[in-house]
Ligand binder design. Structure first.
Ligand SMILES: [Zn+2]
Ligand SMILES: [Zn+2]
Length: 821
């Protein structure tokens, strides 16, 4: 083996070779191996592969590589979730336009170009990280072939009664001018102002004081509400009150939902200031006054404020209230407001005809499914369950945007009948193509208009478990469905995991995946959220270029417990790098010691105490690491393996058998062969255990030292070691621990006296507390004396140096460095 190792070169070489060998290829025709399918979440092309992505993909890849070695036919697909607001917003920025300023086809074209540019950047990083993806599975949700699947899923759900149109209040982003789902609303704390406004009672001269943060909604006030148990204002119930500025008379209604502690305990109900207003309007059957346009301006119902933006209207109305003497006071408050997760604009609530999926009908089954499957870590399932239970609206799946999958529906211009696309018409864009029928089935009309709205991006990406399995084209797609594992981040449980479950349940009546693996978020080294402005940001391509994939992957694997947030610390990656250097050097040294070794089988060797000791430990390590992989405890598995290699193998065993291998008197003896056999097999074992974490370097070492004999084309497809209980020998481990302790003690003694480790020791005496200890020590006399360079090793039983009785559990040593005069 070469002395120096160029990690970057090795990684590049193996990434290419594995691809050529087809190691990652999922064999669709294999009837023997059990399939294992990973529901890789197709990422949203953001043009950036960040450390959080490194963590995600390392998790996916460790599972893929481990399962491949376990003998599974692994499907590790990769798609791209292309559509959506994020890309449209980027295009608007880059071309300095709004979506309506250019022809839709031009705009879509720009979006697709940008997506391709972003995919290229991310793909390069995924390749560099060494992910074992089967690239023949690559797909893009913006392509017609994927539209076909998304549209087909819409058609099937429509037929099953899960899709409906309705005019319901929905979350609306006035900046992006589209409906958005609950999952796309972020909640942030913002400074706000609480306005105390006088609402006069009709004809009395009295007034009620109402506190609100949104005075601009006064023109849409349809009622005033109090809590009937609130003694301060229960007397108002049923009275008529006058909404200032617009002088509309509304009723004071009572509801126990009102929080008496907020403001004055009297609240105005507007259509719609917030989600609470929506609930109240439905419950008390109140009228609706629409106040906002789709781009967030006041409409004609706002009277003199019509045409103003929301903030302009607020300023105007408070000014007019002040002039009328109706604004009693203002107070600063901190409030939690919902903002659009893409553009951070304050989310409004608008009523407009939309398409919905009847998701709430399935909440019970979603909860059941979440409880049924294992989650890694287990506590993450409550995030999904809490979210599902908290949803009070159905999923609004229509968007008023361009870059998305079209909703495959037309309307009869004469009677309004909904014309649903046939299953075999898709992919189709109803904006460009007419339905393939002669006349409206209801009225015989011949004119149709295509649906202008498009689908939420999550409609594309929430069918991946079926799509990866080959739905709807492969008749045997159920062979790969449900997926074996859905890996995902804590930030997208409420979207990805939830939508996947709800959609597959509705479509196929089955859960989409058999288990869920959750990774946490990556924090800066200071423990805060990683961000460029906090200067704790690390760009993944730079980290990969500087330290290589195997070192970076070790950080991801070892950074923290599965599911917990982990900080990015460069020193962790550097530690990974040092470990690789150690492993490379130890392997090179081992290769030298094995230069004349022809691999033997276990029955041909006479194992010595230290050989049995490390073989037993390696066997126990195998059991432990396998269990940890099964439980997705990657951080424990990698620490156990690294510690074993670094300390048990390199620091202890390798040092302790060096002499046995170099000693000219032992050439060709069974003892020497036993050490060679043990070195060879134990190094091979730990390379296998490491292979899912650091695939490149382990493969390189395998190629140099093991491939010819072990015979597998790649370490990556060598069978994962099966725990062999017959090799575990508790006695041998205990004995070996004693022998190692004596060797370590001897080395400490030299170090303490500031002597070189290889100094010759004419005499060493071991005082052993019992005959049993003495026998153990004598059984490894050559290894002890050889390692410590002792000329004469004497073991004295049951007596101390001064001749007194020794404690039966004690052992101590004495090294004499000068020959007696
Ligand atoms: Zn927005
Ligand atoms: Zn019709």
């Amino acid at each position: 083996m070469p002395k120096e190792c160029n990690f970057a070169e090795i990684e590049r070489k193996w990434q290419q070779k594995w691809e050529e060998m087809g190691v990652y290829h999922y064999d669709w025709n294999d009837k023997k191996r059990i399939p294992f399918s990973i529901d890789t979440p197709p990422p949203y092309p953001s043009g950036e592969f960040h450390m959080g992505n490194v963590l995600n993909w390392t998790y996916f890849d460790m599972v893929a590589r481990y399962k491949r070695m376990q003998g599974f036919n692994v499907l590790f697909p990769q798609g791209w979730d292309c559509h959506g607001l994020g890309i449209e917003i980027q295009v608007e920025k880059e071309h300095n336009v709004r979506k309506r300023d250019v022809p839709p086809e031009k705009f879509r074209q720009w979006c697709m170009e940008l997506v391709e540019k972003y995919i290229a950047i991310m793909k390069e990083a995924i390749l560099k990280l060494g992910c074992s993806i089967d690239w023949t599975t690559e797909y893009r949700t913006m392509n017609p072939d994927y539209w076909r699947r998304t549209q087909l899923s819409f058609i099937l759900l429509y037929k099953k009664g899960y899709m409906y149109q309705g005019t319901h209040p929905v979350n609306w982003c006035p900046h992006d001018e589209t409906a958005i789902a609950d999952a796309e609303v972020d909640y942030v704390k913002r400074e706000g102002v609480l306005y105390y406004i006088r609402f006069p009672f009709e004809g009395t001269g009295n007034h009620a004081l109402i506190a609100t943060t949104r005075p601009e909604f006064i023109p849409a006030c349809v009622a005033v509400e109090i809590n009937p148990t609130d003694e301060r204002c229960s007397k108002y119930v049923g009275k008529t009150i006058v909404v200032p500025i617009i002088n509309r008379q509304v009723k004071v209604i009572a509801d126990r939902c009102v929080d008496p502690a907020f403001g004055t305990g009297v609240v105005m109900i507007c259509t719609y200031g917030d989600k609470e207003d929506v609930k109240t309007v439905i419950k008390h059957k109140l009228p609706v006054v629409k106040l906002l346009t789709e781009n967030g301006r006041i409409n004609e119902n706002g009277g003199k404020y019509a045409g103003l933006t929301i903030s302009q209207a607020r300023a105007g109305i408070t000014e007019d209230l002040t002039a009328a003497g109706l604004l009693e006071k203002t107070e600063k408050i901190t409030q939690e407001v919902g903002v659009c997760d893409r553009c951070k604009t304050h989310v409004e609530i608008l009523e407009r005809k939309q398409w919905f999926m009847n998701t709430r009908k399935l909440t019970g089954r979603v909860v059941e499914t979440a409880n049924e499957i294992p989650w890694y870590p287990d506590y993450m399932k409550s995030r999904l369950i809490d979210w599902a239970k908290s949803l009070d609206w159905d999923w609004v799946i229509s968007r008023q945007r361009l870059f998305a999958t079209p909703i495959p529906v037309w309307y009869c211009k004469d009677c309004g009948q909904v014309i649903l696309s046939h299953e075999d018409w898709v992919p189709i864009d109803p904006k460009l193509e007419a339905p393939r029928i002669d006349k409206c089935p209801k009225c015989g009309g011949k004119h149709f208009s295509g649906e202008q709205d498009v689908m939420d991006t999550w409609m594309d990406s929430s069918i991946t478990c079926a799509v990866h399995a080959g739905w709807p084209d492969r008749p045997d797609w159920k062979h790969l469905f449900p997926a074996d594992v859905h890996p995902s981040g804590t930030d997208i449980i409420r979207t990805w995991a939830y939508y996947l479950i709800v959609r597959h349940l509705a479509l196929f009546g089955e859960k989409p995946f058999k288990s869920c693996l959750i990774n946490g978020m990556v924090l800066g080294a200071d423990g805060r959220k990683m961000s460029k402005s906090l200067k704790n940001y690390a760009a993944a391509p730079e980290v990969l270029n500087k330290h290589g994939a195997d070192a970076t992957r070790q950080w991801a694997a070892a950074g923290g417990a599965t599911g917990s947030d982990i900080p990015y610390r460069e020193q962790d990656v550097e530690y990974g790098r040092r470990f690789l250097v150690k492993l490379w050097n130890a392997s090179g040294f081992t290769a030298k010691l094995l230069a004349d070794y022809k691999p033997l089988s276990a029955k041909d060797v006479e194992l010595q105490p230290l050989d049995k000791w490390i073989i037993s430990k390696a066997e126990n390590l195998t059991k432990k690491v396998t269990d940890e992989f099964e439980k997705c405890q990657f951080n424990v598995a990698i620490e156990d393996t690294r510690n074993f290699i670094w300390h048990v193998f390199c620091d202890n065993y390798l040092e302790a058998v060096k002499d046995r291998l170099y000693n000219p008197n032992l050439q060709g003896t069974a003892k020497r062969l036993a050490a060679q056999y043990t070195l060879y097999e134990v190094l091979y074992r730990v390379l296998q255990l490491l292979a899912p974490f650091t695939p490149h370097l382990t493969e390189e070492i395998y190629e140099h030292m093991f491939k010819d004999y072990k015979g597998f084309e790649s370490l990556q497809i060598s069978p994962w070691p099966k725990f062999d209980a017959s090799l575990v020998d508790a006695e041998a481990e205990k004995n070996g621990d004693l022998i190692m302790a004596i060797i370590i003690e001897g080395r400490h003694d030299k170090a303490e006296k500031k002597l070189p480790l290889n100094i010759l020791v004419p005499q060493m005496t071991v005082y052993s507390g019992s005959i049993a200890f003495t026998n153990i020590i004598c059984s490894a006399k050559e290894d002890i004396a050889g390692t410590l360079k002792v000329a004469n090793l004497e073991v004295i039983s049951q007596k101390r140096a001064d001749g007194r009785q020794i404690n039966p559990y004690d052992v101590y040593i004495k090294l004499t460095y000068e020959t007696k005069q």
